[in-house]
Design a protein around this ligand. Structure first.
Ligand code: UD1
Ligand code: MG
Length: 468
């Protein structure tokens, strides 16, 4: 939208979160709370300027959003919402349009709501507008007092309200539109003669009234959109609202979700059509899942790229990895960061892969550790195979060629290279490179001692006699 600057208030302490982490950095469906209002301003409203007012844990917050096109105003002491906005004004010296004021702890507000709020404000010739909601329990909020014609007369805070005023259920959401010229002038008139001794931004309504300027109130239809987050209970409520929204969006786009109640998908996750998610899956971060995949129960996938037609069986953990078309993972597999499983490969029960490439059509079906390895095409990795990649000081690579057969219980002591089409016998400890096409065996030769059972019998009898 044109000619808009946003001020996001985020300097408050968030005492009720009882946390060392700044309140606005607590994650909501995988992303810090404050990122929602910042994203609204930058990507949806496309404001000319976005100014975030920080105070408590300012450095923590700045660090989190340092690469974005936003500016930070510092409010050293939290003397109230009016004082907070005042700190942002030096950044708006040249700006003459509409200032949109948002709160960092009111993250669920929708862009459609803000657009119609701004449009109504601009169309109704008021100098300030407040977004309001009608709620069941208005305790703690500023109450909206309207004139007979419906204009906004006053906002009265809980602590300053009369008993009668406290009965009002239309509340101030803390979101405002205000003309920049009026904001810059009027804010100087705000005092702190109130129950909390704070500079109330809401007093701007009175300032406008004294100048004969009109203020308006615009009501949202769904109060959950404007819920403020103050406690971890609120955090869970807001997360649940966002989670359901995401789940519905996925289902409408062609993803089957067997149990919407227990499926957790971050906002940032992308899933292709005809993919099925079974109960208790958690998909996080920048995960992308292709079409026609099956994700079985209890799997956790973070920042991974999963191709089309992949099956992830139950109880898998996949992090920062890539799985190509038609591959199958699990049950009980762990793909640690920088793993790449090529097309149609299989990683099975209790197999851990770390920083390795598993070539096309290769299989590691049972109980293996593959770390810092390059595994070629159509390789069979037997049960119990381990790449010994760590010598206590450094990590070393294992390179396995195409169509290699690695028998069960093989140790590959890295650095080591295994040539194409070679075979490694079960139980072998590979310490030297294996030439192409060779069979490698390193085990103690088997010895069969006949009549061992009779020898043992004799031994037992003797020992019984001794004991008497
Ligand atoms: C404020 C409103 C109240 C409204 C409520 C909605 C005032 C006087 N009252 O209440 O009418 O119903 O929000 O939630 O404005 N903040 C700062 N610096 C400060 C104080 C607050 O940046 O000095 C920020 C907070 O981080 C928060 C927002 O402003 O994001 C609102 O502050 P908060 O203390 O939660 O709201 P109230 O003062 O209770
Ligand atoms: Mg307060």
């Amino acid at each position: 939208m044109n000619n808009i600057a946003t001020i996001i208030l985020a300097a408050g302490k968030g005492t009720r979160m009882k946390s060392d982490l700044a309140k606005v950095l607590h994650p909501l469906l995988g992303q810090p709370m404050l990122s929602y209002t910042i994203a609204l301003s930058l990507n949806e409203i496309k404001a000319e300027k976005t100014i975030v007012v920080v105070g408590h844990q300012a450095d923590q917050i700045k660090e989190n959003f340092k690469d974005l096109k936003i500016e930070f105003a510092l409010q050293e002491k939290q003397l109230g919402t009016g004082h907070a906005v005042l700190q942002a004004l030096p950044f708006l010296q040249e700006f003459t349009g509409t200032v949109l004021i948002l709160c960092g702890d009111v993250p669920l507000v929708k862009v459609g709501t803000l657009r119609s709020f701004i449009d109504t404000f601009r169309g109704n010739d008021s100098t300030l507008a407040v977004l309001t909601a009608v709620v069941e329990d208005a305790y703690g909020y500023g109450r909206i007092l309207r004139s007979e014609e419906g204009w906004l007369d006053r906002i009265v805070e809980e602590k300053d309200a009369s008993e009668e005023e406290r009965l009002i259920r239309e509340i101030n959401t803390g979101i405002y539109c205000v003309r920049a010229s009026f904001l810059k002038e009027g804010i100087k008139e705000i005092g702190k003669e109130n129950a909390q001794g704070e500079y109330y931004l809401t007093d701007m309504v009175g300032v406008a009234g004294r100048r004969g300027l009109r203020c308006s109130a615009h009501m949202v239809s769904d109060p959950t959109e404007v819920m403020g987050i103050n406690t971890r209970i609120d955090l869970a409520t807001a997360t649940e609202a966002l989670r359901l929204e995401k789940i519905k969006e996925l289902m409408l786009s062609g993803v089957t979700i067997i149990d919407p109640k227990t499926t957790y998908v971050d906002r940032t996750v992308v899933i292709g059509k005809d993919t099925t998610l079974y109960p208790n899956c958690t998909l996080q971060g920048h995960t992308r899942i292709g079409e026609r995949c099956v994700i079985e129960p209890n799997s956790k996938i973070s920042d991974a790229d999963i191709g089309n037609g992949v099956t992830i069986r139950s109880h898998c953990v996949i992090t920062e990895s890539r799985v190509e078309e038609g591959a199958a993972i699990g049950p009980f597999s762990h793909l640690r960061p920088k793993s790449e499983v090529k097309a149609k490969a299989k990683i099975g029960n209790f197999v851990e892969v770390k920083k390795s490439i598993i070539g096309k059509g290769s299989k590691a079906n049972h109980l293996a550790y593959i770390g810092d390895a390059l595994v070629g095409k159509e390789v069979n990795i037997g049960a119990g195979t381990i790449t010994c990649n760590y010598d206590g000081l450094e990590k070393h690579p294992t390179v396995i060629g195409d169509r290699v057969f690695v028998g069960s219980n093989v140790e590959l002591v890295a650095p080591v290279t295994v040539g194409n089409q070679s075979s490694i016998a079960a139980g072998t400890t590979v310490t030297k490179d294996v030439p192409e096409g060779a069979l490698t065996v390193s085990r103690v030769k088997q010895k069969n001692i006949r009549g061992w059972d009779k020898k043992m019998d004799l031994h037992r009898k003797k020992s019984r006699k001794k004991k008497g």
